[in-house]
Design a protein around this ligand. Structure first.
Ligand code: ADP
Ligand code: MG
Length: 425
């Protein structure tokens, strides 16, 4: 009576319209289709979604996908439905009726993928309900959210550790682009994935050029950077909502079309600005970190930071939104000591327990180390993820502008002679 289950390659071609797997996708998918647990540590843009979406279609039952953001779920579900996949999202935005329809579809075996929030999946009622539904797998996306070592801890994720006991026979797959050794060990342990196979690849993004400059006149430094990228699509990250708005206004006044995005704006305005950005040659989007997770725009040509991020992981995730299409792209950041003091104050005055604050300080210091390094940035970044890179990458400011080329003495001489001249007058 049941249709035979398709092979991963067939699904890749017929449903997703893609000619071949990338990197380790084929191996991860085979492992999960065969019923294995997996931890997938691959950089942003590597194609982690297919690693659970395809097994969902190649195994009996529904795949339950945990995702931290409702907007992200909505986009994925919409894209899947357009490809003819039976997908739905169960979250707090649904009416009771809609939620009931989804539960009925689940019981009737009419869904291939179900996206849920971690809160929902953790609830006792929902777990007992799921126990009566044939399950293909559990996928825990953005799995670093379970770790306090990670940069995006969500307490709701902690409950997901129970899945192993409640569903011992259902394969579980944790996915993240954050993989410093501490976060990785912590998430493996908390999700009880100690026996899972770990799939990881280099976190290097060779097409991204890293440039980190000291703030001098940050706005005009940013303007000069943007002028050099006219017509290209990109994101400028600022720390506060106020600064987002000011920066977007200022850039627009300078003749650079820039739109603000932050969680304080009306939903309709946010959506409008996001949609404009997603168009082919959209405006520059000036945003807080409320923007970005799950955004799938392959041709983002640059990510600029006008403020210091909280950690290397955050910096890497944010800059990783550039150049997913593999073409040359820029990660540019301006930072100053005032950023450092501000970040330190945010940690000191934050609500985290002291132990977590200590971790946060260490993470900030690790990022400062990358900012202050005079040698290859890529090498310093990758070292943080436990990877050794030979250095001299040829595609970061340190490698492209070696220290001896930077004529500090010339600048000092000019400054001195200016003082001297003033004194003579
Ligand atoms: P991640 O979750 O790892 O950041 P996504 O799953 O969002 O990455 O995929 C990033 C982009 O790569 C998407 O546009 C996706 O369609 C594309 N992609 C994934 N796998 C392949 C593949 N095998 N061939 C071509 N494009 C792919
Ligand atoms: Mg993803």
């Amino acid at each position: 009576a049941d249709k035979p289950l398709p092979h991963p390659e067939e699904v890749l071609k017929s449903i997703f319209g893609l000619p071949s797997f990338r990197g380790e996708q084929a191996e991860i998918i085979r492992h999960v289709v065969d019923g294995g647990d997996a931890v997938v540590l691959l950089p942003t843009g590597a194609g982690k979604s297919l690693c659970y979406q395809i097994p969902a279609l190649c195994r009996e039952g529904v795949a339950v996908v945990v995702s931290p953001l409702i907007a992200l779920m909505r986009d994925q579900v919409e894209a899947l439905r357009q490809s003819g996949v039976r997908a739905a999202a169960l979250n707090s935005t649904l009416t009771q009726e809609e939620a009931r329809d989804i539960r009925e579809a689940l019981t009737a075996g009419e869904l291939d993928l179900l996206y849920v929030t971690p809160e929902r999946l953790a609830s006792d009622g929902f777990i007992s309900f799921l126990a009566r539904v044939p399950l293909a797998l559990f996928a825990i996306d953005e799995a670093h959210c379970i770790s306090q070592w990670g940069h995006d801890f969500r307490p709701e994720y902690l409950q997901l550790g129970r899945l192993k006991e409640r569903f011992p026979d259902v394969p579980r797959l944790a996915l993240t682009a954050t993989a410093d050794p501490q976060t990785r060990d912590d998430l493996v342990h908390r999700l009880q994935l100690d026996d899972a196979r770990i799939f990881s690849a280099s976190f290097d993004r060779p097409n991204i050029r890293y440039t980190i400059v000291r703030k001098d006149n940050a706005k005009s430094q940013l303007r000069d950077f943007l002028k050099a990228h006219e017509g290209a699509s990109g994101i400028v990250y600022c720390l506060s909502r106020k600064k987002v708005e000011e920066t977007a206004d200022w850039l627009t006044a300078q003749g650079i079309l820039a739109l603000p995005y932050h969680a304080g704006l009306d939903r309709s305005i946010r959506d409008k600005h996001q949609d404009a950005f997603l168009k082919d040659e959209g405006p520059v989007l000036v945003a807080t970190i409320a923007f970005g997770m799950g955004i799938d725009k392959p041709d983002v040509r640059f990510v600029a930071h006008l403020d210091l991020p909280s950690s290397i992981e955050a910096y890497y995730q944010e800059t990783g939104r550039a150049g997913r299409d593999g073409l040359p792209s820029d990660a540019w950041m301006a930072w100053g000591m005032s950023d450092v003091s501000l970040r330190r104050r945010m940690i000191d005055e934050g609500a985290s327990p002291e132990l977590v604050k200590q971790v946060e300080r260490t993470k900030l210091d690790a990022l400062l180390h990358v900012c202050e390094t005079a040698t290859c940035r890529r090498q310093a970044l990758l070292a943080h993820f436990g990877e050794s890179h030979a250095g001299a990458c040829g595609n970061c400011d340190a490698c492209l502008t070696p220290a001896e080329m930077w004529d500090g003495t010339e600048a000092a001489r000019k400054a001195l002679s200016a003082i001297y001249r003033t004194g003579q007058r």
